[in-house]
Ligand binder design. Structure first.
Ligand SMILES: Nc1nc2c(c(=O)[nH]1)N(C=O)[C@@H](CNc1ccc(C(=O)N[C@@H](CCC(=O)O)C(=O)O)cc1)CN2
Ligand SMILES: Nc1ncnc2c1ncn2[C@@H]1O[C@H](COP(=O)(O)OP(=O)(O)OP(=O)(O)O)[C@@H](O)[C@H]1O
Length: 211
């Protein structure tokens, strides 16, 4: 298996290694991962009973958020999903947030999320958010997160911290082998990287030491 060490621990090398492994995961594993994440989060105490939660609709080989989005809706949470702005509108590269439109309950819940965001609610959309569920390719035990490379979540979390004066809890969803020991395989970090507080995998919930 290609490891971070073998790729020189560059962000791009690590991204390629993780995406390669994700692509190889069989459908049965993907379904099991998606089904396990809500239970792990339920046991974590991180999920508010109602209230606003920022999440995302999983794509491709990402750990599936379909069942998690269904659970959040069941708990009466207002779920916000990201709307990507690539800067061509002159407003800079940034994430907006729209209310999740989740398919009606009752049918089978696919592991990948079928949800989509409603219209962008504007700059104050996250004002009352109680939990931010963030996508990631890897996170180390010091909370350093590797994303897709767009810098979208780093900007969004930085903006949220500035507006609120503090950062609400953040949790990244990963496969077990994507949690890296910071002492052995640190995720390469840059000054703009915002560390996450928690990681949920299909088997465990980790509270990270960001000091
Ligand atoms: N689900 C999800 N939504 C997100 C992000 C993310 O990482 N995941 N983003 C984080 O900043 C922003 C958008 N950035 C993204 C950048 C690249 C790809 C991408 O390459 N998607 C592939 C699927 C890859 C796979 O198989 O896993 C595709 O759509 O074909 C997706 C989102 C906002 N929304
Ligand atoms: N707060 C910020 N302000 C300005 N530029 C930023 C900020 N955060 C990240 N960037 C820029 O975004 C680009 C990508 O950053 P990085 O590789 O850390 O993204 P990522 O964390 O993998 O992606 P994402 O946050 O979308 O999941 C870098 O060129 C970086 O300079």
């Amino acid at each position: 298996m290609e490891t971070a060490a073998a790729t020189g621990r560059t962000k791009d090398g690590l991204r390629r290694a993780v995406l390669g492994r994700r692509r190889e995961r069989p459908d049965a594993e993907r379904a099991a991962v998606a089904a396990a994440l809500p239970d792990v989060l339920l046991g974590s105490g991180l999920l508010p009973d109602g209230g606003v939660v920022a999440c995302y609709a999983s794509l491709g080989s990402e750990p599936g958020t379909g069942p998690l989005l269904a659970l959040l809706a069941e708990r009466g949470c207002t779920v916000l999903l990201p709307v990507t702005h690539d800067g061509r509108d002159g407003g800079g590269v940034r994430l907006g947030w729209g209310a999740a439109r989740v398919p009606a309950a009752g049918g089978p819940v696919p592991p990948g999320a079928a949800a989509s965001p409603g219209p962008d609610l504007g700059p104050g959309a996250l004002a009352a958010v109680e939990l931010v569920v963030v996508p990631a390719l890897a996170v180390d035990t010091a909370g350093r997160r590797l994303g897709r490379g767009g810098g979208y979540y780093d900007r969004a979390l930085d903006d949220l911290r500035r507006r609120r004066g503090w950062l609400p809890p953040t949790v990244a969803l990963l496969h077990d082998d994507e949690v890296l020991d910071a002492a052995v395989e640190p995720v390469p970090a840059e000054p703009h990287d915002v560390r996450v507080a928690h990681v949920a995998t299909p088997t465990r919930l980790l509270h990270l030491d960001r000091s």
